[in-house]
Design a protein around this ligand. Structure first.
Ligand SMILES: Cc1cc2nc3c(=O)[nH]c(=O)nc-3n(C[C@H](O)[C@H](O)[C@H](O)COP(=O)(O)OP(=O)(O)OC[C@H]3O[C@@H](n4cnc5c(N)ncnc54)[C@H](O)[C@@H]3O)c2cc1C
Ligand code: SF4
Length: 566
């Protein structure tokens, strides 16, 4: 039953990292823009219930109850999930999906999406990543290269605020950086030793979405300097890290052109055969279960990669019986992700007179050094290595006596060994067999078909992991570590939280769904600019690229709108 119908210049589906950028750019250009968000409303500061709580103020001292863990075995695996952040993640039973093969789909359904809980690493892609799939024959050509997106990276970085150094590395181009957080003494040692033994490997300070030194544009957003207290995933009262809730959405709102409608579960995009365009978006109100349709000239789909696939697959019409824009049958295929299974570390001696705790919400980054200038390995793609050093408490705290009193307190204040760690973020190969599709008979609470995930690792991944483990072990030896370990954690795909693809960009409608402006080839007023649009995964953290692609596409869409083409 249809109760309402409203028209906007543009509709943005999803209010997370990419949707926030679509809203900001479209509103700034003067388009009346509606953001539809399935989750509840979240306002900066007002809705960060745990932001300033001390550990002893949590009922379970930060842990989740056994009952919660039993009922939510999937979402409680997410990095950073705990009593202090659980309110920014979904509950398993509320949002079911079907895993044909193990796939841990991590979600946060609220205004702000996963921009509230993301890790905030922000490195640029290089042309090595844009060009490699076609050059080495493991994927199709991207319709854009580094030069097309570089100005948009700059545009986004200046507004978001990314700390880091200009390091002059081919594999990880420099950006518009605020000052970096410092290396610790051990990290500096790691960098020097790695450079001494491997001249082509560069360990650099974290490129992270933190305001190490705010500029005027950040103050205008109402954001302040990061206090380096590392409680970011609770929501930062200072606006010290970037989220759409603290940055893009209020900025869009300040133009007077934004309407946000939380609790709006998008069901599908409607297609009008007479105009050959999408005409609007059908939603189900999450609370009343009412069905409504909002119409618009332009539609941006930013529901995060797999939900964007779901919405397009569910947008069926006479013209598109298999999903919107899906003439070639590739919608939902070529799902890919980042490979996070390899971990390594050890203990390092010689820095016992130095102590650092906290003070740095970033991690150091070892830029990719594999398959760059030529295909040198027996696998495709490369990997970024995140690394760091931290000092633990002295071992041997009295465990079998009451943990209170002056002696216990003194023991707690004694520092133990310095530990070094490394973990990988590797490229995976887009394959048609890694796909998502809609269940034919099972539906969610709003009557929308459940998503089925059919995604798995392959031999390329196994070879890359083995190489990472071997190289990391070797580097840890050269750094001077002892008690070195290196292991494969065998986690399921999905837990990496960098799912991509399904609606990939390309040069031709034969082998892709989107053109170089992120428009559906066959329905030009629909733009997809979240991870679903990714033609390949590269090895860099993806979200800053989604933001740059979104800003680029939104400006293009607005220009087309004002010249009457959309
Ligand atoms: C713990 C963690 C650490 C991470 N670390 C990093 C990192 O260091 N660097 C990095 O680059 N990335 C990181 N990521 C990934 C990053 O969060 C995502 O890439 C990014 O949020 C994707 O942006 P998005 O706009 O596509 O999706 P989201 O930010 O998830 O936003 C999507 C929004 O769409 C809404 N939505 C979904 N379906 C519908 C529907 N049917 N109707 C209406 N609304 C809908 C959702 O509720 C959500 O608000 C991390 C993620 C997590 C959780
Ligand atoms: S480390 Fe910075 S961004 Fe994170 S919570 Fe603290 S002040 Fe906020």
């Amino acid at each position: 039953m249809q109760h309402e119908s409203y028209h906007f210049d543009a509709i943005v589906i999803g209010s997370g990292i990419s949707g926030g950028w679509a809203a900001k750019e479209l509103c700034e250009k003067g388009l009346q823009t509606l953001v539809l968000e399935r989750g509840r409303d979240i306002k900066h500061n007002k809705d960060y219930p745990t932001a300033n709580m001390s550990p002893w103020e949590f009922q379970h001292r930060g842990e989740m109850s056994r009952e919660f863990l039993e009922n939510n075995p999937l979402i409680s695996k997410a990095a950073g999930f705990g009593e202090d952040t659980a309110h920014f993640f979904i509950k398993d039973a509320d949002h079911p999906y079907i895993q044909e093969k193990p796939f841990d789909w991590i979600r946060g359904y609220q205004v702000g999406g996963k921009s509230l809980t993301w890790g905030r690493a922000c490195q640029r892609w290089s042309d090595f990543e844009f060009k490699a799939p076609e050059k080495y024959g493991y994927g199709i050509a991207w319709p854009i290269g580094y030069d097309d997106i570089a100005p948009w990276y700059s545009h986004v970085e200046k507004f978001v605020g990314i700390c880091g150094n200009k390091d002059g590395i081919d594999a990880m181009p420099d950006g518009e950086f605020l000052p970096p957080f410092e290396f610790s003494c051990v990290e500096k040692h790691m960098k020097d030793k790695i450079k001494e033994h491997y001249p082509d490997r560069h360990l650099v300070q974290g490129r992270w979405a933190h305001l190490s030194q705010p500029k005027e544009i950040h103050i205008q957003q109402g954001r302040g300097k990061c206090q380096a207290r590392s409680l970011c995933m609770r929501g930062c009262p200072f606006g010290g890290y970037f989220s759409s809730v603290s940055s893009t959405l209020p900025w869009a709102e300040s133009t007077g052109n934004l309407t946000i409608r939380p609790n709006s579960v998008v069901h599908s995009i409607q297609y009008d055969e007479s105009s050959g365009k999408a005409s609007g978006v059908k939603i189900i109100d999450a609370i009343t279960k009412e069905e409504m349709v909002f119409t618009a000239n332009i539609i941006f789909v930013n529901a995060s990669a797999l939900n964007t696939n779901l919405i397009l697959l569910n947008s069926v019409s006479k013209r598109f019986p298999n999903g919107l824009g899906n003439d070639n049958g590739l919608l939902g295929k070529y799902i890919c992700f980042h490979l996070y299974r390899g971990w390594a570390g050890g203990i390092i001696d010689g820095f016992e007179d130095k102590y650092v705790y906290g003070k740095n919400p970033t991690e150091t980054i070892l830029a990719n050094y594999r398959n760059l200038y030529h295909q040198e390995m027996d696998y495709f793609g490369g990997f970024t290595t995140f690394a760091g050093a931290y000092r633990v408490r002295k071992e041997g705290l009295p465990g079998n006596v009451p943990q209170l009193g002056a002696d216990f307190k003194k023991a707690l204040s004694e520092a133990g060994d310095w530990h070094v760690y490394m973990y990988m973020q590797g490229e995976t190969i887009p394959k048609a067999s890694n796909r998502v599709y809609l269940s034919k008979d099972k539906k969610d609470a709003w009557g929308i078909p459940l998503l089925v995930t059919d995604v798995a690792y392959d031999e390329n991944d196994e070879k890359m992991i083995a190489d990472f483990l071997q190289q990391s072990r070797e580097m840890l030896e050269k750094i001077g570590c002892r008690n070195i370990y290196a292991y494969d954690n065998h986690q399921a795909p999905g837990l990496d939280i960098h799912e991509m693809g399904g609606v990939r960009m390309g040069k031709s409608p034969e082998d892709s769904l989107l053109n170089e402006w992120n428009q559906l080839h066959h329905c030009k007023n629909v733009f997809v600019t979240d991870g679903a649009c990714m033609t390949s995964t590269g090895n860099q953290s993806p979200s800053i690229l989604y933001m740059a692609l979104t800003a680029r596409a939104a400006n293009y869409a607005a220009d087309q709108f004002f010249t009457g083409k959309l």
